[in-house]
Design a protein around this ligand. Structure first.
Ligand code: NAG
Ligand code: NAG
Ligand code: NAG
Ligand code: NAG
Ligand code: NAG
Ligand code: NAG
Ligand code: NAG
Ligand code: NAG
Ligand code: NAG
Length: 493
């Protein structure tokens, strides 16, 4: 069969006609005279998200939810009636006066509704391309004036441009809660929170128990994760002021699809849609090992997954209960060998560390690391200091009055400076030779091999060890990749 130019242009015209029909038949809003029935859907204007009725997994119950519109396998990002399913396909979604979105079952009972904030004149509901379902005045699309939005009532999925955390004005927290199972979107046993105590950090909890801590926000990432955002054109941000504390992620490239879910087993999973293979690829999974389990090694100790035993006391500390410690029950942690006497204390710096639980911390902004040290020395409760925001030179300080849940991480770990009795130093280090001190206290001196070798006044790097049998120390004394040649004393202060 021969296809003429006319045939081709006819086919093209038909195709474009069909595609217009398709687009014009989808809507992204409903108003008070419209009803959304099971089988119908809203599609956001750019076609990214859809809202409609669905049955999860093998369940026959019906739920109203939001999912990605054009990706195979329904990835549901939000569910309205999580706890009360519809049992038939005759549910309807509509807006009632004076501005409430309601879901009714076939006996017209309201089984779910949005929270009313104020009376609306002409309310509409719109599904946005961000995945946010908003209730607003028809003539006012200013986000500040939304009457209600699904982004304030999260399910198990965190999406770019959501504000995740605390709104003190309303007293509300936005947090994720796992599904009970693949068949049941009701809240399960796990939740993910931005905990603002001390300094904001992400926590995965089971009931009241902390299961995993991603660590405090350090201006670039959470302290316990390797940086995955940069490579995926995402950037994160923690906002803290009198009215709110929240975490938010934004996408630089709008065509990128990215989401974070909290699995039914309490695991943080970060996904990215890959067009080439038409699949969601999971590229961040936390917690990932024993050292990620909250406080596996107790207080004042460090967890290193490649080491046996996995837990070791920080230098200058010893097991609180040596008997159980030696039986590999590390939960009691460690205590100081020599008490601090507050005056004449010094610091040891550990590198590649997931910083300790920031619920036991306080902070000061816009200070240099040297100023942090001075400030920490002034307060006898200050057990350690770190840089608050690693993206800036005057990044401020995060001070700790307790050290829990410390681990080593091979990539992107941070420095922490831990306070020690001056007497501890006498035992473990040669005295510093003053002439060797760097005048510029903010810069670390580097020896000919490029290794950091000494540090600012009354501060010592934990990088070289005597490579002796002090097993528990070597864990932290040796940096990754440094070789431990037997008997060699590589201290270079
Ligand atoms: C709702 O939208 C429909 C379709 O655009 C329109 O015909 C109707 O007048 C609208 N109702 C109100 C109350 O605005
Ligand atoms: C649904 O049930 C089938 C058969 O019992 C099972 O193989 C499948 O994994 C189930 N799917 C989900 C999502 O639970
Ligand atoms: C509709 O919801 C009401 C209230 O939850 C419930 O009592 C009733 O049984 C439901 N009707 C059906 C058909 O599920
Ligand atoms: C939640 O925890 C309880 C108590 O441990 C357990 O019985 C239940 O099966 C768990 N639920 C899910 C969905 O895992
Ligand atoms: C969690 O803690 C709160 C406040 O301390 C308490 O009211 C609640 O009963 C606790 N819940 C559980 C499951 O222990
Ligand atoms: C906090 O909210 C109040 C009242 O809405 C507002 O006036 C003030 O500017 C807000 N402060 C900040 C830091 O956003
Ligand atoms: C030390 O810091 C703690 C925590 O911020 C504070 O409660 C305490 O008052 C401070 N002590 C002194 C002497 O400044
Ligand atoms: C030095 O170390 C030894 C053995 O480890 C210990 O007995 C002694 O108390 C330590 N001295 C000081 C000043 O810490
Ligand atoms: C250190 O700084 C002081 C004053 O800034 C200067 O007098 C001294 O020569 C410097 N010492 C060295 C070793 O650079």
């Amino acid at each position: 069969m021969k296809i003429s130019i006319e045939d081709v242009s006819f086919l093209l015209a038909l195709a474009s006609l069909l595609s217009t029909l398709k687009i014009s038949s989808t809507i992204d809003t409903i108003n008070t005279t419209q009803i959304l029935r099971d089988g119908e859907s809203l599609v956001s204007s750019g076609g990214v998200f859809a809202l409609g009725f669905f049955s999860p997994g093998n369940s026959t119950n019906r739920y109203v939810g939001i999912w990605y519109n054009n990706t195979p396998g329904k990835s549901v990002v939000w569910v309205a009636n999580r706890e009360i399913p519809l049992t038939s396909i005759s549910g309807i979604l509509k807006i009632i006066e004076p501005g409430i979105l309601v879901l009714q079952n076939d006996t017209n009972n309201i089984i779910w509704c949005s929270k009313m904030t104020r009376v609306a004149q002409s309310p509409i509901v719109q599904l946005l391309d961000s995945g946010n379902l908003v209730l607003r005045e028809a003539n006012d699309d200013d986000p500040e004036n939304f009457l209600w939005q699904s982004f304030n009532y999260l399910s198990d999925t965190f999406l770019p441009s959501m504000n995740f955390g605390w709104n003190y004005a309303t007293g509300r927290e936005s947090y994720l809660s796992s599904w009970k199972s693949k068949d049941d979107p009701a809240p399960g046993n796990f939740t993910l929170h931005l905990d603002p105590t001390g300094y904001p950090q992400l926590l995965i909890k089971r009931g009241n128990f902390t299961m995993y801590r991603m660590g405090n926000w350090n201006g670039v990432r959470f302290s316990g994760e390797t940086d995955v955002r940069g490579k995926r054109s995402l950037y994160g941000l923690v906002i803290m002021n009198k009215n709110k504390t929240y975490y938010r992620e934004d996408i630089v490239d709008r065509s990128v699809k990215s989401r974070i879910t909290l699995s039914q087993n309490g695991v943080w999973q970060r996904w990215s849609w890959v067009d080439g293979i038409q699949e969601w690829v999971r590229y961040q999974v936390l917690p990932s090992d024993f050292c990620d389990a909250y406080s596996s090694c107790g207080a004042y100790s460090s967890c290193k997954i490649t080491l046996t035993p996995t837990c070791s006391c920080l230098r200058g500390f010893e097991p609180k209960d040596p008997y159980v410690w030696n039986m590999n029950d590390w939960s009691n942690g460690c205590i100081r060998r020599n008490h601090l006497n507050c005056k004449g204390d010094a610091f040891w710096r550990y590198s590649r560390i997931k910083l300790p639980d920031s619920r036991y911390s306080w902070f000061m902004e816009s200070m240099t690391l040297e100023e942090c040290k001075v400030e920490c020395l002034k307060n006898c409760s200050c057990m350690a200091y770190t840089q608050l925001d690693i993206s800036r030179e005057r990044g401020g300080c995060l001070f700790r009055y307790d050290l829990r849940d410390v681990r080593e991480i091979p990539f992107d770990g941070q420095d922490i400076h831990i306070r020690m009795a001056g007497s501890e130093l006498g035992n473990n280090t040669n005295k510093m030779v003053p002439s060797e001190l760097d005048n510029n206290t903010n810069k670390r001196a580097v020896d000919s091999k490029g290794k950091r070798r000494k540090n600012i006044d009354n501060e010592f790097d934990i990088i070289d060890g005597s490579c002796s049998a002090r097993h528990e120390l070597d864990a932290i004394l040796l940096q990754e990749g440094e070789e431990c040649s037997k008997g060699e004393n590589r201290r270079k202060y």
